[in-house]
Design a protein. Structure first.
Length: 275
């Protein structure tokens, strides 16, 4: 009789514990003990979403979302600069460095998404000045459109993205088994905001190198003798002109680097305004 009662009690105990076991077993299988408080928000690189880019999501990075959001104006002075792998993938054309549609402006959505992942916002200046004139006068042609946009809106950062014209071995690095498009920051050295823009560019360059060592080749100051000398950077004390990779960088490398650049700008601007 006593053994019978023990069996009955054991059976009822098993029935009582069964729902708990059903919940716990999958969690234990994946190494999850209990919900944990997350201090930083882990986010994936934005999926490649340019018009020529396939849906491909690389590894994750951790993004801090504290601090006030910043507003960024994104534009492309040399909008038809293109990446050869993207043009070839879309149109089957090889060694094409400029294209009316498969060009650097296709990264707009990626830039917007990566800044949004940091809690920031981006407006894109929609203007194809290379349909209007030769590339040599691009900064003069786009200037009134920038001035109009700035008169109607307030921005914390101006971001002019370009594509370098040099070969892959000089525009690509490998870090942790992953390849990235390298960055170069260009500063016009002949205008009133030169020193402020130079300091901001150096801070962002240092931050991207902290995140991915040597991803930035540094800050290059140019006068009228060596370049434009102004690059419309006199319109803001936080104006960045960034060479994003080169003609042979792939869409995945560009995506990864945009993620690093967006995070670095957000961090540097937050630190800059906090001081």
């Amino acid at each position: 009789m006593r053994k019978t009662m023990q069996k009955v009690m054991s059976f009822y105990l098993f029935l009582f514990l069964l729902p708990i076991l059903l919940i716990k077993l999958p969690m234990l299988a994946f190494g999850v003990d209990a919900p944990k408080k997350v201090e930083t928000q882990p986010v994936a690189y934005a999926a490649n979403v340019t018009k020529e880019i396939s849906n491909n999501t690389p590894e994750e990075i951790s993004v801090e979302t504290d601090g006030d959001p910043i507003r960024v104006l994104l534009y492309f002075t040399h909008i038809q600069e293109s990446y050869q792998p993207i043009v070839e993938k879309k149109y089957g054309l090889k060694a094409v460095n400029y294209h009316p549609t498969a060009n650097i402006s296709n990264v707009s959505d990626l830039v917007v998404q990566h800044f949004q992942l940091n809690g920031d916002s981006v407006d894109v200046l929609e203007f194809d000045n290379m349909n209007k004139m030769q590339i040599s006068g691009a900064y003069t042609k786009i200037r009134p459109y920038l001035q109009k946009q700035l008169a109607e809106n307030q921005y914390d950062v101006l971001l002019d993205l370009h594509r370098d014209s040099i070969k892959r071995e000089k525009t690509t690095i490998k870090s942790g088994g992953t390849t990235y498009a390298r960055l170069t920051f260009v500063v016009g050295a002949e205008h009133v905001n030169y020193k402020m823009n130079e300091a901001f560019s150096k801070a962002v360059s240092n931050e991207v190198n902290r995140l991915v060592p040597t991803i930035s080749k540094g800050v290059l100051a140019k006068t009228h003798d060596t370049g434009n000398g102004v690059y419309n950077q006199d319109l803001s004390s936080h104006a960045l002109l960034v060479e994003l990779g080169g003609i042979e960088n792939t869409e995945e490398e560009i995506n990864r680097t945009i993620a690093i650049l967006a995070k670095a700008i957000s961090v540097v601007f937050e630190n800059n305004t906090a001081t």
